[in-house]
Write a protein of this length. Structure first.
Length: 166
């Protein structure tokens, strides 16, 4: 009876079975206290050992490490050199652009601290009420504190205004 060609599934099952067999064999040797990989006893001249372990080998299609490491080191060196070349080629581009706001955007401006704004407004109004300052220097008009103005008004009265008790 001719053997059927192996499908991928059957190939995969055979590989898994072979790997499981190797793992089971290694576990059996470990449980028996034997080393998994043993070196053969030294051979004497003219004496051939029947149970010598085979010489291990490696995959010949793997890439050699020397050229791979050289390419890696070359790429790293190229990246470092490129940074310095760009710095030398564009010396004025290192400091970033000043991004501070130079103009006020158009209104209405949003209120971000309402309590602080109200306290600042009331402090400005109280300062205006309690201090002396010129309203119009050319005409000689001066603002006087509100307390002084009320005292002066009580003393002199308002012209053409009826007085109390009259």
């Amino acid at each position: 009876m001719p053997e059927r060609p192996l499908t991928r599934t059957r190939q995969r099952r055979r590989r898994i079975a072979a790997a499981a067999t190797l793992v089971a064999f290694a576990a059996w040797r470990v449980l028996r206290g034997q080393r998994i990989y043993t070196r053969p006893p030294p051979m004497h001249a003219g004496h051939r050992h029947e149970h010598a372990t085979p010489v291990t080998d490696y995959e010949r299609s793997d890439w050699p490490i020397g050229p791979v490491a050289t390419v890696y080191a070359g790429i790293v060196a190229l990246l470092v050199v490129c940074c310095f070349v760009l710095i030398a080629a564009y010396p004025t581009s290192l400091p970033d652009v000043d991004r501070s706001l130079r103009i006020e955007p158009p209104g209405p401006r949003l209120q971000t601290n309402a309590a602080g704004d109200l306290a600042r407004f009331r402090a400005d109004e109280q300062k205006r009420l309690d201090t002396y300052y010129w309203v119009d220097r050319q005409k000689g008009t001066v603002h006087i504190p509100i307390d002084e103005a009320m005292k002066k008004l009580v003393e002199t009265g308002i012209p053409d205004f009826p007085r109390a008790g009259q």
